[in-house]
Design a binder for this molecule. Sequence first.
Ligand code: SF4
Ligand code: SF4
Length: 102
Amino acid sequence: MPPVVYNEKCSGCGKCEEICPGDLMEVNPATQKAFCRSARDCWDCMACVKECPKGALETRIPYQLGYYPARLIPKKKDKMIEWTCIDINGKIEKFNVRTHNK
Ligand code: SF4
Ligand code: SF4
């Protein structure tokens, strides 16, 4: 499933376009908003979601794991990513994952 794009937050910076390993994200030149040009080819690696500086992208969690009310939101910090996990009942958990060894 491709990421959800919140158009009101997207600045058209193109960072998602640069980072997607499948070359799937694109910024529409007319609207300056990002979109995924081949939804069926997205494998949910979340590289674009992590890279977006505006928080304009969000992963859709498959229904087998929590259906749409559930959310998983990364926030890049210095040498780590803070993940916010919201389950279908609204319970929030945060955890940090180091992205550098030193
Ligand atoms: S990285 Fe975020 S703000 Fe930049 S074009 Fe992509 S969705 Fe829009
Ligand atoms: S989740 Fe991964 S494969 Fe899918 S559009 Fe984003 S960067 Fe590309």
